[in-house]
Design a protein around this ligand. Sequence first.
Ligand code: NAD
Length: 295
Amino acid sequence: MEILDGKKISSDIKDEIAVEVAQLKAKGEKVPHLAAVIVGNDGASKTYVGAKVKACNFVGFESTLIEFPEDTTEAELLAKIEELNTNDVIDGYIVQLPLPKHIDEHKVLLAVDATKDVDGFHPVNVGRMALELPTFLPATPYGIMELLERYNVPTLGKNVVVIGRSHIVGRPMSILMSQRRAAGDATVTVAHSKTENLKELTLNADIIVVALGVAEFLKGDMIKEGVTIIDVGITRIEDASKKRGFRLAGDVDYESVAPKSSFITPVPGGVGPMTIAMLLKNTLLARSRHMENEK
Ligand code: NAD
């Protein structure tokens, strides 16, 4: 069993990006600038956004964190988005999800300028991804593809089961792995909450991407020997023995699954750090595209 070490690979990627930023600086070019918008006080969201800003600082990007209170109106948020769209200093930005219930998430994502949509959530970028055109790939699936590629996990012709069909993880993951690309060329099945024969599917899978958000859902008796496991889930479980009062659990029952697998991502230290690294990669891409347009 080999660990797919997202912490290490993401650190390698950040080092690679830092080198590129240093080269930009040396040439007197503008460095990439990422903005992150967060609405409300969700603890996990705040942690994620904080980690993204920290990563920007590490690689030498400029960053701006825009924090709105929970009762911010949709109109106020849309006004900020318009401002970010027209501000030439900002190369890319993200609106941290989930948004409070009174704000229409789709309306907000549609308002983001597709050339600054480094999360890859805008319909234009989702469409470009589906058509295999150059675009910003959504960071979590992009990170998983990168991990599979850097560890040379065989995917060509393999049976992949993706558990979960969300727009940000499961769906794009299934599209990317079925495409003719590195870490692609697989035969992909998408399972979801209405799937009736999940165990039958997972027992037949060579690779399982687990992204449903149910702690320790995938058990050892649901998989075959030698499977590759990508655990996307992050759930906070109350744990009084921890200083912060909780521990993080993945969607995979690591104890029973790891011994049977050939490759597996841990939680934490697997997919999570890769997501941040790929967001930085997208921001670097946004800067280089803007630079092309400025010529
Ligand atoms: P989501 O809630 O939007 O979607 C969950 C999906 O799981 C749905 O499509 C649903 O049909 C499916 N599902 C639910 N119960 C099921 C069942 N019993 N059997 C089969 N399918 C079932 O979730 P999401 O936004 O894709 O996130 C999934 C998990 O991944 C969460 O724990 C989230 O915190 C985590 N996540 C991690 C990262 C990261 O960077 N590591 C990024 C995004 C999300």
